[in-house]
Design a binder for this molecule. Structure first.
Ligand SMILES: NC(=O)c1ccc[n+]([C@@H]2O[C@H](COP(=O)([O-])OP(=O)(O)OC[C@H]3O[C@@H](n4cnc5c(N)ncnc54)[C@H](OP(=O)(O)O)[C@@H]3O)[C@@H](O)[C@H]2O)c1
Length: 281
């Protein structure tokens, strides 16, 4: 039996990674969240991982507050860069494979055709810079997968502080409002957490070559088109007011076009199909 350790195991993605590996009797699954292991505590990480002797470590913990990072650089770097460096170094010493997740925001968003896996990142915000540095840190272990995703949605994270998905934010707003302002821009691909978890599991199982991958659901949309899709699938009559990104100022810059193109593996199902499954329709 092989052992996989999942950090950030109570997050939106982490809980799905735990679920998919637990369904395979070949894997012994150990899920750690903040209360079991603070991944910014370098000594504890080295100590606990060395004692556990895993063959695979999947890090789902991250500093995900895109706007907050603009004023919280140290905290974002600690979690998204230094902790990842330490995980990569420790897994390398142990001979374990290291999986880490990144974002479409590492790209500047000027390429309207989207970005391939090996295109050069050019991050435009503090959060994006720390995630791009985290990719570099991951590569210190040659046996790595850097998996980029965007717009994660799925069952809300078990941990209290975790970020709410756009899907759940929209459905909550629809309980109180009959009309919602939504940004008509920022073209990118939604990612359903169970699909990404299954895709990660498949890459490990099928021994895909180590490297950088894009694993979002197929297709892309603006926030406005995503919101329309959500309300259509949920059967809610909500009036959506398109708002230009400039009229919706946020502290951190976002890419205008950041579709993650999948050239190394077959595409996943479309985001509309995944959304229908999530909303149970
Ligand atoms: N969500 C998105 O739309 C999105 C988009 C692009 C890329 N990504 C990437 O996808 C990955 C998974 O994201 P997610 O949305 O599933 O994250 P999430 O729901 O915020 O989960 C992160 C988990 O990590 C835990 N955690 C935070 N700090 C920790 C620490 N120091 N040590 C150990 N655990 C800690 C959190 O616990 P607490 O909640 O208790 O702090 C939470 O359970 C991340 O790499 C993220 O950057 C996400």
């Amino acid at each position: 039996m092989k052992k996989v350790i999942i950090t950030g195991a109570k997050g939106m993605l982490g809980q799905e990674i735990v679920r998919v590996f637990s369904s395979d009797p070949l894997w012994q699954v150990v899920g750690w969240d903040f209360e079991n292991l603070d991944i910014t505590d370098a000594k504890s990480v080295e100590h606990k991982l060395t004692a556990a002797e895993p063959q695979l470590v999947i890090n789902c913990a991250a500093y995900n507050n895109v706007d907050g990072a603009e004023h919280d650089l140290e905290k974002a770097r600690l979690l998204n860069v230094h902790a990842v460096e330490n995980l990569a170094r420790t897994t390398h010493v142990l001979g374990a494979t290291f999986v880490h997740y990144s974002t479409d925001y590492v790209f500047d968003g000027t390429n309207v055709s989207g970005y391939q896996e090996d295109d050069k990142p050019n991050p435009q915000s503090v959060y994006a810079k720390t995630k791009a540095e985290g990719e570099g840190a991951t590569r210190q272990n040659p046996n790595h997968y850097v998996i980029r995703l965007s717009r994660l949605f799925g069952t809300p994270a078990a941990s209290a502080a975790a970020k709410k998905s756009f899907v759940d934010v929209m459905l909550t707003l629809a309980e109180k409002q009959s009309s919602i302002d939504v940004i008509d821009g920022e073209f990118s691909s939604p990612t359903y957490a169970p699909d990404l978890a299954r895709a990660t599991y498949d890459m490990v199982r099928l021994q895909s070559p180590f490297g950088t991958y894009h694993r979002t659901n197929d297709g892309a949309c603006t926030w406005c088109a995503f919101a329309k899709g959500i309300f259509r699938v949920a059967g809610k009559q909500i009036s959506i007011q398109p708002v230009s990104p400039e009229k919706f100022p946020r502290p951190a810059a976002r890419p205008s076009f950041s579709q993650l193109l999948t050239t190394k593996l077959p595409p996943l199902r479309t985001w509309q199909e995944a959304l229908a499954e999530y909303l149970g329709t």
